[in-house]
Design a protein around this ligand. Structure first.
Ligand code: 13P
Length: 252
């Protein structure tokens, strides 16, 4: 049985003070709610205060990126050991905004995934096509490329630590959600791809989140699909009410 997982990707929002406020609100509403796994992913500088707020809480902490070297002269980068030392559990890797604005490729995503695993962090690996690719009928090719490239060379044991997030780029921050049928179709395809790479039992155990304009109003229908195991939430994760609404509307 795959436990549903709802993660909030705060992107480049919230100061230290706002982080404390938001997490305090989430704890008030969600501390006793364990039917769904909940993760918050604030910006790097807010991770220590977030970790302090979340001590002994069921809400988990995630980072939004990781560099692949352990340490060294890499100005501006953050390593796995640094994240681990702060108390981070998860790390988002290969988000489309990183692929689009910071030249991430499947190769660099793959290096980051391996760095996360090496440091005992659980990767949330993002894949998904943009609008031109969808309209050009290339969705499955692109998603296949992202999945096989980003997860290349992992052992079946390592794969059991991975969460995959399908985020169609055209649905991110646009208010345009993929229909539950559109999302389910790609999720099923991702699971089939994982089965070819790692075998059916691993594919069946892997959680695949949907991301792209998820809101309290559409969370139930999306997470009721057989291959949708949760959500990676952007905008709606920035307010207590909407994020809690998504968590509580998630079909368990
Ligand atoms: P929105 O929920 O704001 O569309 O963002 C989705 C996303 O990119 C989560 O990583």
């Amino acid at each position: 049985m795959r436990k549903k997982i709802i993660a909030g990707n705060w992107k480049m929002f919230k100061t230290v003070q706002e982080t404390e406020q938001l997490i305090t609100g989430l704890k008030r509403e969600l501390s006793d709610y364990t039917k769904v796994e909940v993760v918050v992913c604030p910006p790097f500088v807010n991770l220590p205060v977030a970790a302090d707020c979340l001590v002994d809480n069921t809400i988990k902490l995630g980072a939004q990126n990781i560099f692949w070297e352990q340490e060294g002269a890499f100005t501006g980068e953050i390593s796995g050991p640094m994240l681990k030392a702060v108390g981070v559990d998860y790390v988002i890797v290969g988000h489309s905004e990183r692929r689009q604005y910071f030249h991430e490729t499947n190769e660099t995503v793959n290096k980051r995934v391996k760095a996360a695993l090496k440091n005992g962090l659980l990767p949330i690996v993002c894949v998904g096509e943009n609008l031109a690719e969808r309209e050009g009928g290339k969705t499955f090719d692109v998603v296949n490329d992202h999945v096989t490239g980003s997860l290349a060379g992992l052992t079946t044991e390592e794969m059991q630590k991975i969460v995959v997030a399908y985020e169609p780029v055209w649905a991110i921050g646009t208010g345009k959600t993929a229909t539950s049928a559109q999302a389910q179709e790609v999720h099923k395809f991702i699971r089939e791809t994982l089965a070819k790479m790692f075998g059916q039992p691993v594919a069946d155990a892997t959680r695949i989140q949907y991301g792209g304009s998820v809101k309290p109003e559409n969370a139930a229908e999306l997470t009721a699909q057989p291959d949708i195991d949760g959500a990676l939430v952007g905008g709606a994760s920035l307010k207590v009410e909407s994020f809690v609404g998504i968590v509580k509307n998630t079909k368990v």
